[in-house]
Structure formats: structure tokens, C-alpha cells
Design a protein around this ligand. Structure first.
Ligand code: GRF
Length: 203
């Protein structure tokens, strides 16, 4: 158990990406362990996944705080309590502030279901379909102060097929998410990522 990176995962929903990271850790595919899972939603299935894996699962209700900064201070306190070194946002439906970013410089990741910088924001798969793009995909990136704007770590592309719906396309994208998110976390845990301006170098 030595030299394992302590990962804190922030969630709001079903937690399939969380599961892919838990599974990669337990298969020994990355030198890390999920130290805690925090949800802003009490009924997030991701919390059940954490409990089943024996991982501390916390519900921190954003509505109990006076604002985004105050909420992020509570997040930072909880993450620090569990010795977290990398914060992984996995379907966490909150905009985070500088409070969290300053506490974990270049150590907050997010996954977005589009080939950024195309289609940031909500309903990315629907945006790609409606735009008529021929490829969609997903992006793991470091989080900065913008929305889906931070330095890109790993991407995967999938084709958009004739007859695709938001559901079929999202399912194809999610399959790739579950492959590239553990990969990005592995690269971080192995100390192989360095950031120069917008560019993430993989060594
Ligand atoms: C994923 O599609 C991710 O790209 C987006 O939110 C979704 C989370 O799904 N940010 P899950 O909770 O990991 O199943």
C-alpha cells in the first residue's frame, strides 16, 4: 500500500466513471487508491458504489452553505481530512471556485463528454448531434477557472452514426470515458504529466 496516490472523487450521479477508477485501482492498474467520495446529492448512486467498495462516502449538501466559496471550503476541509492529493470530478454537477483550485493546484481533473474545445457546457452529445458533427468523444482535462477550458490530458473520439440518438451516442462516448479517465489518473499518479501553458506533456 506504499506510495499510492490518494484520490478524492466528487460526484453527483450514477458514478460509472467513479466505478471505472475504483476498478482500475483494485486491479492494480494505477498506483492510487480512492480515499473518499463526496457527493452534493444525497441520493447519488455513486455513494452506494463507494460504500460497496469500502470507501468513505460523504454527502455534502451545497444548499447548506452560503455560497460557492463556502461550499468549496467545506470540500477542501473534507478532502484534506482524507489526505487527498488529486481531486477527480466525475459527473459532479457544480461549478467550483478558486478556493478549491488554489488548494489543489493542477491537481483537479474533470471529464467532459465532447472533444473540447467543441461543445462545452451541458448536453454535449446532443450539441454534437444537432450541429451535425461526424465525430464526438470525451476529454479529460485539468480544471481551471473557466467552464471546460482547462489543459487537455487525454481525449478519445467516437464516430457519430446515421440514426444516432442522444442516448446511443452518449453510451458510445461513456464507454470511452471509462477507458480514458483511469488512464489519465494513472498518468498523474505515475508523475508523468507536466503542464506548460495550455499544453499537457506526457513523459
Ligand atoms: C459523464 O458523462 C461525464 O462526462 C459527465 O457526467 C457524466 C457522469 O456520469 N461529466 P457518471 O456519474 O460517471 O456515470
Amino acid at each position: 500500500m506504499n506510495n499510492l496516490l490518494n484520490i478524492g472523487v466528487l460526484v453527483s450521479g450514477s458514478g460509472t466513471n467513479l466505478q471505472s477508477i475504483i476498478d482500475a485501482c483494485s486491479r492494480g492498474e494505477l498506483p492510487g487508491r480512492v480515499a473518499c467520495v463526496i457527493s452534493n446529492k444525497a441520493d447519488a448512486y455513486a455513494l452506494e458504489r463507494a460504500k460497496k467498495a469500502g470507501i468513505p462516502a460523504l454527502h455534502l449538501d451545497h444548499r447548506a452553505y452560503s455560497g460557492r466559496e463556502a461550499y468549496d471550503e467545506a470540500l477542501v476541509a473534507a478532502l484534506r481530512e482524507f489526505g487527498v492529493e488529486l481531486v477527480v470530478m466525475a459527473g459532479f454537477m457544480r461549478i467550483i471556485t478558486q478556493v478549491l483550485l488554489d488548494a489543489f493546484p493542477m491537481a483537479v481533473m474533470n471529464i467532459h463528454p465532447a472533444l473540447l474545445p467543441s461543445f462545452p457546457g451541458l448536453h454535449a452529445a446532443r450539441q454534437a448531434l444537432e450541429y451535425g458533427a461526424k465525430y464526438a468523444g470525451c476529454t479529460v482535462h485539468f480544471v481551471d477557472s473557466g467552464t471546460d477550458t482547462g489543459p487537455i490530458i487525454v481525449q478519445a473520439a467516437v464516430p457519430i452514426l446515421e440514426g444516432d440518438t442522444e442516448e446511443t451516442l452518449s453510451a458510445r462516448i461513456q464507454k470511452e470515458e471509462h477507458r480514458i479517465y483511469p488512464e489519465a489518473v494513472r498518468l498523474f499518479a505515475q508523475g508523468r504529466l507536466s503542464v506548460e501553458g495550455r499544453v499537457v506533456h506526457i513523459g
